[in-house]
Design a protein around this ligand. Structure first.
Ligand code: TXA
Ligand code: MG
Length: 317
């Protein structure tokens, strides 16, 4: 159990909050839409901690928050349409899903292994000051336990997450009160989630209407789930040891394993390593090879890990 500090949006409070992020900790902070639960988007362990604190049963991709368009260009590819929308509506309640820059250094857990990234520049002055004090990309879903309503005041955050996060930066009530509008621009422009910025305003700026992009919780467009993190090798779950020439991935103490998600059986460590291990095991096994995974307990982050492993093991066409 962590003691959750209350920090005021003063220069000292902001410096303290930024220091917590640099140490890999989690800080809830105000945006103009809702409070976000922020962690360093380059730090696998911090991002795994966000999923653990929210008790999310799946590794949905998270939004990366940056202070301005220049910072956003380090992590995503901007085409003319993306430049136009960012120029018109940032800072503000608009999130753009764009092709990920592989050299940007984001944790693969932030993007859930997808080749795209959701990115936004919040307008709230405390969010802006916090991002500038931290000087890095901030992964931040809404600061509520999974399945509960999004918080629009610091005391909502405290009611849901006290004891699970390091600090709450208080910036008063959120003005917009609903999440940002999410537009997918990694293909045909599509509305992935309605939100604080009206669709009509966006369509007018784009000069075209937006496709309805389906369920943003489950990116399903071809090529999205079959991303570069989906192994080419066949995957077997609940394995007790390697059979034949399998690359066996262990968890906790057990039989000899080529790789391990966590030697000590720590689920946060396993989540932090998951996407890297999927890649490494795939490279070791080769395209016609086989990978097997030791059982992961179906509790806490184990549920999200198992969800991802089941997808990796599902038959592919
Ligand atoms: O207003 C907001 O956007 C708040 C504040 C804190 O900024 N943040 C927020 O984040 O709502 P989150 O993580 O709860 O919402 C992320 C949404 C999810 O629906 C997710 O599926 C979608 O963004 N998303 C993220 N990356 C994506 C991607 N690469 N492709 C498609 N959808 C994506
Ligand atoms: Mg949410």
């Amino acid at each position: 159990m962590t003691v959750t500090k209350d920090l005021a949006a003063t220069p000292e409070g902001l410096a303290h909050a930024a220091q917590i992020l640099r140490a890999g900790g989690l800080v809830a902070f105000p945006t103009e839409t809702v409070y976000g639960l922020g962690g360093d988007a380059r730090n696998d362990h911090a991002v795994a901690g966000i999923f653990a604190a929210k008790a999310r049963p799946q590794f949905n991709p998270l939004i990366v928050h940056v202070p301005d368009l220049d910072a956003a260009r380090r992590y995503a590819e901007f085409d003319a349409r993306a430049e136009a929308l960012a120029g018109a509506f940032w800072p503000g309640p608009l999130t753009l899903v764009l092709p990920l820059r592989p050299d940007g250094g984001l944790s693969p857990l932030v993007t859930a292994g997808l080749a795209s990234v959701a990115i936004r520049v919040p307008a709230h002055p405390v969010a802006q000051a916090f991002l500038r004090a931290f000087d890095g990309p901030l992964a931040a879903p809404s600061a509520n336990p999974s399945g509960r309503v999004s918080p629009t005041r610091a005391d909502h955050v405290r009611a849901g997450l006290a004891g699970r996060i390091d600090a709450i930066l208080d910036g008063g009530p959120c003005a917009v009160g609903v999440e940002s509008t999410i537009i997918g621009l990694d293909g045909t422009p599509a509305l992935l989630r309605p939100g604080g910025l009206p669709v009509e305003v966006l369509e007018a700026a784009l000069g075209q209407s937006l496709a309805i992009g389906g369920d943003a919780q489950k990116p399903s467009a071809p090529g999205q789930l079959a991303s570069h993190y989906a192994p080419g090798a066949a995957v077997r779950l609940e394995a007790t040891k390697a059979e034949g020439d399998e690359v066996f991935v262990g968890f906790g103490p057990g039989p000899d394993a080529a790789l391990t998600l966590s030697d000590s059986g720590d689920l946060v460590e396993a989540a932090a390593r998951l996407f890297h291990i999927l890649r490494e095991a795939d490279a070791m096994a080769g395209p016609s090879g086989r990978i097997s995974f030791a059982p992961i307990p179906e509790v806490g982050l184990g549920r999200a890990i198992n969800d991802r492993l089941r997808r990796a093991a599902a038959p592919r066409s």
